[in-house]
Write a protein that binds this ligand. Structure first.
Ligand code: ATP
Ligand code: MG
Length: 426
């Protein structure tokens, strides 16, 4: 039967097997942020379109082609957020969070971009984002990279991701470079692909991260941004590399790394894998010292990154580093009208006594054989059996589901939590 209405292309349902994996990943991310002393913020998913145009840049792919924008019933121009930094900066300004103080913030949630869906590229995807305000770097730049590296290590994928590093210099340095780069691109204009031609006059630095092989070849002779760097930029970049060396984090300098959004300066970085095809960037970020002022705040240094959760999870599952886990530790079975009345009550008692344990009560009747099949299916480690005899004795019978040789033991209800815990802790 054809479904009348299906999900929107590129917007995925996460089913129980998926959420089991997602929850494991989210737990590691939350735990990491907490161990670095960062605070969580939660922003709305919808913001005024204006905010993204001003923050991300009018001539970026995201704003030109990828935003889900609409007019709401009051005629306001709104967009689903394509990324988190703009909304986070807006919130920080609105609530004066960065006034005379630093902030180290993180968030996690869905982002929306109207792109062509493919493996690792979706229209609704999720990011964990980190934004730090009020710190100059490069120590904090290094901390953010170290933080992401510690996440890879926790999953055992630190050797699967390559850190690419670049400096975009200051706005003045980029402006000088831009002039010479445009001259160079104009001189080779006829050999450029359509995208690069268009970008030559709208956003020439973006030409540098073209995927067109011919253009990449041409760019080998292009002027280098690093030749336009003054002392300050050089020192920042050198010192960042010293921090990374000290931490034993390997990196590759990539002077074609410019990132897709307009607001970056100085440090930019990406963590890239070859295991996911063209969608190889799992995490990217950098410094954006001008953005706060650009959005109406007083000048405030800032640095951050966005981590693509789908790509991280795809990488983890591709490499066999993560798998769904069972949801149930204890399955409570029983047969008969009178027994059923007791089952929910006994289960509640067990949940109160064992708040960490995941306890499912059999519902829907049926014989014991059928009920044990269910217990097996949910991969319960313990079955708690209630029959007429148990009710008369104010007891339950406990069965170790992973040890067929173990004796079932009947214990007083009051002693059941301890007996269950012994099996769960084995
Ligand atoms: P790409 O070059 O792959 O389009 P991007 O530069 O547009 O990435 P950012 O805006 O830097 O990506 O977002 C940070 C991270 O979010 C990316 O490195 C990636 O892991 C993830 N991401 C971005 N767009 C998507 C998408 N459409 N679907 C899934 N993940 C995405
Ligand atoms: Mg993109």
């Amino acid at each position: 039967m054809a479904l009348m209405v299906q999900a929107i292309r590129g917007m995925n349902d996460l089913l129980p097997e998926d959420t089991s994996v997602w929850q494991q990943v989210e737990k590691v991310l939350r735990q990491t942020m907490s161990s670095y002393g960062y605070s969580e913020v939660r922003m709305p998913i919808v913001e005024k379109t204006n905010l993204f145009c001003r923050a991300i840049g009018e001539v970026t792919d995201v704003v030109e082609k990828e935003m889900y924008s609409f007019e709401d019933r009051s005629g306001d121009h709104l967009s689903l957020r394509p990324e988190g930094t703009a909304g986070c900066v807006r919130a920080v300004l609105e609530h004066n969070l960065a006034y005379n103080q630093e902030q180290r913030l993180w968030y996690m949630g869905p982002m929306f971009r109207h792109e062509r869906p493919q493996k690792g590229r979706y229209r609704q995807f999720h990011q964990m984002g980190v934004e730090v305000f009020g710190l100059n770097g490069p120590d904090i730049d290094a901390e953010l990279i170290a933080l992401t590296y510690s996440i890879w290590k926790k999953f055992g994928i630190e050797n699967e991701l390559e850190l690419q590093l670049n400096s975009l210099g200051s706005a003045q340095e980029r402006a000088a470079y831009r002039e010479d780069l445009v001259k160079f691109l104009e001189a080779h204009f006829d050999d450029l692909d359509e995208d690069s031609k268009r970008r030559t006059h709208t956003n020439p630095l973006r030409v540098l991260d073209t995927k067109d092989e011919k253009v990449i070849e041409i760019l080998k002779d292009a002027p280098k941004l690093s030749n336009y760097f003054g002392e300050e930029t050089k020192n920042h970049f050198d010192r960042l590399q010293k921090f990374l060396d000290k931490l034993g984090i390997k990196y590759v300098l990539n002077d074609r790394l410019v990132r897709g959004l307009d607001y970056y300066n100085l440090t930019v970085f990406e963590w890239v894998t070859t295991a996911l095809g063209a969608q190889g960037t799992v995490c990217g970020g950098g410094r954006y010292d001008a953005l706060v002022e650009q959005l109406g705040g007083s000048p405030t240094k800032a640095v951050g990154f966005g981590l693509g959760m789908e790509r991280l999870i795809l990488l983890l599952t591709t490499l066999g580093k993560i798998a769904p886990k069972p949801n149930v530790d204890v399955y409570v079975v029983g047969a008969g009208d009178e027994v059923e009345l007791h089952m929910l009550e006994v289960s509640n008692f067990l949940r109160t006594e064992l708040p960490q344990a995941r306890i499912m009560t059999h519902c829907g009747g049926g014989n014991f054989k059928k009920q044990f099949k269910k217990a097996d299916k949910v991969q319960a480690k313990v079955a708690v059996i209630i029959g007429e005899a148990e009710i008369a004795n104010k007891s339950v019978t406990i069965k170790d589901m992973n040890n067929q040789d173990a004796q079932q033991q009947e214990v007083a209800i009051a002693d059941a939590p301890k007996a269950i815990l012994e099996i769960l802790n084995k």
